[in-house]
Design a protein around this ligand. Structure first.
Ligand code: ASP
Length: 445
């Protein structure tokens, strides 16, 4: 039998009511056997995540300040869930251990990991599933990098023969036995590893949205959900700031050919977004829009260099890039003409070395003119189908022209997976709306 690995984020397990929804989801499909929980997240917008409460306890412990009241607040949250669910369970012993450990060795990762550890215990008991401590299966080296092979081997070994299990997300241990966490949001990574270890048919990542949206809902009114997205497209959109999934969660499942399905605990009937290696992997094809997603990012500057006959000057580009390199700068795009060259880069990175970089460029390449333009935004139109569709770029430009938006830079990678345009920051929201209209709304009609 093939299994589904299901990961539930913090908001999906924030209180007893959410626990009930989670249990109903798991029990409604017999394949959902391996469960990875986060720590209880926010119940309302001003609420504090248990992980953050634990970090605070650790900080207080580290400065020798009494943290018993703060720890008691965390205990209250778990006890509230336990009693509301009508369970007969005590976490007194676990909390005594945590208090003792934090007093003796206030380690940040250990403290934070207890959120998932305790939630895993409660969820396992509530579901009647086995509890498997992530410290037994997720292995890091002493520098803190995940040892994927060892981990998959250990997890396979430990889970072999178990009918079901709850494995807390977010942490593991180093080869020296010290508790270590992933970066924030890391339960996504644990879920992905477990999916690989049990050779799951799918990795379901349950959260509080019904998948990735085609565009930012703060800019486009009620944007469509992306039905299917490839890993490569996801990387492009994630780089531009769209985030639902931890970046490191992709590799363990991608390498094993396991799709990820982003689902909504509060709307389990929604199909969510399917993340696949390529279209053919999964039969559920999306609506067939030319583009998959649109993302935009503000805060860029362009260094514009002009010099007659620049094109004939051997090593001109190399000298320019060397100046950037020497100043620790990386660039995003480099559109150029015969006698001009522009380099787009993040303003915040340029700022501390701006004058020095300009002075060095003047010295190295002796331009006829050099200036820096700030206030640029970059917009990425991403879609695997663009490759086989003519006129995509023309449509992007038509949308901009109709809106009287000046396009300051364009770049289409050779993969033809995305079209990048640079516009003034003020124009970014309108540019996104126009492109959404052009590709999504008009293709629906
Ligand atoms: N609880 C951890 C966090 O708040 C990890 C996670 O939720 O995935 O970042």
């Amino acid at each position: 039998m093939s299994y589904k690995v299901v990961k539930f984020g913090g908001s999906s397990l924030a209180d007893a009511n959410q626990f009930r929804k989670v249990a109903a989801i798991i029990k409604s499909d017999d394949k959902r056997r391996f469960v990875v929980p986060s720590a209880p997240g926010k119940r309302f917008s001003d609420d504090i995540k248990v992980t953050d409460m634990l970090y605070k306890c650790c900080e207080l412990a580290g400065s020798g300040v009494d943290f018993s009241d703060d720890l008691q607040l965390i205990k209250n949250r778990y006890n509230g869930i336990i009693s509301e669910l009508g369970m007969d369970m005590s976490l007194d012993e676990e909390f005594d251990t945590i208090e003792r450990e934090l007093k003796a060795r206030p380690a940040k990762d250990y403290a934070a990991s207890r959120g998932e550890f305790l939630n895993g215990k409660v969820l396992a008991r509530f579901l009647g599933f086995n509890f498997v401590d992530a410290a037994d299966v997720i292995v890091f080296n002493t520098k803190g990098s995940l040892l994927l092979e060892e981990t998959v081997k250990a997890a396979r070994e430990r889970l072999k023969g178990l009918e079901n299990a709850v494995i807390p997300g977010f942490y593991g241990r180093t080869t020296e036995g010290v508790i270590k966490t992933f970066s924030r949001g890391g339960s996504d990574v644990t879920g992905s590893i477990i999916a690989n270890a049990v050779r799951a048919e799918i990795y379901e990542n349950w959260t509080d949205v019904s998948g990735f949206l085609v565009a930012d809902p703060r800019i486009v009114d009620k944007p469509d959900v992306i039905e299917t997205i490839t890993y490569r497209e996801l990387r492009e959109l994630a780089y531009m700031g769209a985030s639902v999934l931890h970046e490191d969660a992709i590799f363990p499942v991608r390498s094993a050919g396991i799709p990820i399905n982003i689902r909504n605990t509060n709307a389990p009937e929604d199909a969510g977004t399917m993340i696949v290696s390529n279209d053919h992997d999964f039969s559920r094809e999306s609506l067939g829009h030319t583009i998959t997603g649109i993302a935009g990012k503000k805060g860029f500057s362009s260094i514009n260099i002009e010099k007659a006959m620049m094109n004939n000057e051997h090593g001109f580009g190399m000298k320019v890039l060397k100046v950037l390199y020497d100043n620790g700068l990386s660039f995003e795009h480099m559109p150029s003409g015969i006698d001009t060259m522009s380099i787009t880069l993040e303003t915040a990175r340029l700022e501390p070395v701006r004058d020095k970089v300009i002075a060095e460029l003047r010295r190295e390449v002796e331009p006829d003119h050099i200036d820096v333009e700030d206030g640029l935004a970059i917009l990425a139109v991403v879609g695997r189908r663009m490759k086989n569709t003519r006129g995509t770029v023309a449509r992007v430009f038509a949308a901009m022209a109709h809106a009287r938006i000046n396009v300051k830079l364009i770049d289409q990678g050779s993969s033809e997976l995305n079209v990048i345009i640079g516009v003034s920051e003020n124009d970014l929201p309108e540019a996104i709306r126009r492109i959404y209209d052009m590709f999504i709304n008009s293709e629906k009609q």
